[in-house]
Design a protein around this ligand. Structure first.
Ligand SMILES: Cc1cc2nc3c(=O)[nH]c(=O)nc-3n(C[C@H](O)[C@H](O)[C@H](O)COP(=O)(O)OP(=O)(O)OC[C@H]3O[C@@H](n4cnc5c(N)ncnc54)[C@H](O)[C@@H]3O)c2cc1C
Length: 124
């Protein structure tokens, strides 16, 4: 039986990606990162990009290195959270602990299991 805690992180911006990278050292966690983009974007460079002073490759970094220590990466959009599962466009992912770092202000927030206090219990 798998006794590892299933931590699912929605959103691979700097917050989610760094959480995944650092939490991957915990052998008690089975971590999955979900993001429809394969790369993290440095948003501070958006203005430079818009005026042609930065290229896409200057302001993006692939997410896979953040998952190198064993986290799973699902390249998909989370649509909803229901009954302990994140529902994406192509799959569903079960979780014990959910972190929403998508900055999506609506339906993905405030589900059971989603909260820093719960995560801390598992990371300590
Ligand atoms: C022009 C500009 C300049 C800035 N300058 C600075 C600065 O100088 N210093 C500073 O500290 N900060 C700066 N910021 C702010 C900084 O960029 C943000 O605070 C930071 O990017 C937030 O990171 P995050 O990981 O919380 O969210 P985000 O970077 O927004 O990441 C959210 C991720 O969630 C994913 N996502 C969204 N919805 C879903 C979904 N339904 N399912 C799955 N994934 C989803 C997105 O694809 C994205 O990858 C700047 C921002 C801008 C726009």
């Amino acid at each position: 039986m798998n006794s590892r805690i299933r931590l699912v992180v929605i959103g691979g911006g700097i917050a989610g990606a760094e959480l995944v990278r650092t939490a991957s050292s915990k052998k008690t966690l089975d971590i999955t990162l979900i993001d429809p983009k394969p790369c993290l974007e440095v948003q501070a460079l958006y203005p430079e990009y818009l005026v042609g002073k930065a290229k896409v490759e200057d302001m993006t970094a692939p997410l896979y290195p953040f998952c190198q220590r064993g986290a799973n990466f699902i390249n998909d959009l989370a649509l909803n959270v229901k009954d302990g599962r994140v529902i994406c466009t192509r799959c569903e992912v079960e979780y014990d602990v959910l972190v929403n770092s998508s900055r999506n202000p609506t339906e993905l927030f405030w589900h059971r299991g989603c909260g820093a206090d719960i995560l801390h219990q598992h990371l300590e």
